[in-house]
Design a protein around this ligand. Sequence first.
Ligand SMILES: CC(C)(COP(=O)(O)OP(=O)(O)OC[C@H]1O[C@@H](n2cnc3c(N)ncnc32)[C@H](O)[C@@H]1OP(=O)(O)O)[C@@H](O)C(=O)NCCC(=O)NCCS
Length: 346
Amino acid sequence: MQLTIRPLDASSDLELEQYRALEQALDDHAYGGHQEESLAQLRAGLEDTPYWTVRRWIALAETLEGGEMLVGRAMTFTPQQENLESISVGVAVHPAHRGQGIATALVEEALLPAIAQSGRTLVEAYGEIEAGVDPEDPAHPVHRLAARLGVARKNLAVCRALRLPLDPARLDALEAESARKRGEYRIEQWVGEIPEEHLSAYGRLLTQLEIDEPDEEVEHEPAEYTPERIRVSERRMREAGTIRIVAVAVAPDGEFVGNSEVHVHEAPGSTLGYQENTLVMPEHRGHRLGLGLKVATHRRLAELAPQLRSLVTWNSHVNPWMIQVNEKLGYELLFREVVMQGRRAG
Ligand SMILES: CC(C)(COP(=O)(O)OP(=O)(O)OC[C@H]1O[C@@H](n2cnc3c(N)ncnc32)[C@H](O)[C@@H]1OP(=O)(O)O)[C@@H](O)C(=O)NCCC(=O)NCCS
């Protein structure tokens, strides 16, 4: 097979269409659904921000008929405000073209030179391990590639999916369970942008999540979510066609003490959504607020995104509290994700 590795040319509609087709095939394979972004929405999501920069490469295979097929992609993600020693890298190959050295070529021809060029000394990568397979098996392609990248396991996360639509009776029962322990706390729910007066409080929750999320031995500096940073992420979501469903837990004194988000895509053909960012502040745990927050966001799905078939979420395997909430809602294991890091000389 003749393989060419080169940077993605995001200005070419044709190339971007092929890139989108690859991303959709990867999502269908991993999650059983995908999002139908327009090319403009996809382009908006590819842009850098003041907080990070991204480089992307594609692997093109020459077909027998003489055409070219986009069969794999690689990327580097370089934080610009915190984690200034770190570079995250990713590589993925179309499920029908695995086991032919495509990922190895992307690592050697694109990622290793880009890591060296970046001057960053802490390399991070994520790998998907199929359910039922030993996540530690050194012969698994993820660990073979990790060895080439100089990274090794620091945390193990689990990706779970919830099949939709949900049974409203199940949500009613869970809401009743959460309400019994809620006391004077309230759950508020809204769609879209964070109201101006709550931006700083919401930013503190987002930072606290990065501090508190159990992640074993992963080295990570929490980001500071300033109002500007939140607004930048909201603009990106808007441009990408993403609808954000937010719930917050409010303490009796009015303080924001927890939050949860679900991100869905507006297109009628988008069948996949993401459960993101659930946190209850340490001193306010034990009131079933995590469950209450998730019930509040999931209740809106039938009305705001009836096209959705699957909602996916990730938790560290050392986070029994969140996993319990997810299992009550009906989330089921899809695959394991190893989080890997490694140090290299600068
Ligand atoms: C992991 C992934 C990128 C591998 O892509 P690929 O093109 O099949 O990988 P390669 O063909 O280059 O193989 C990489 C290594 O795994 C081995 N390998 C690949 N498929 C294998 C198989 N079915 N059985 C046993 N070994 C296999 C190769 O021999 C090679 O080993 P080597 O380093 O000793 O030479 C691909 O499965 C994928 O896209 N997974 C989802 C995304 C992901 O997890 N990416 C993170 C990578 S760190």
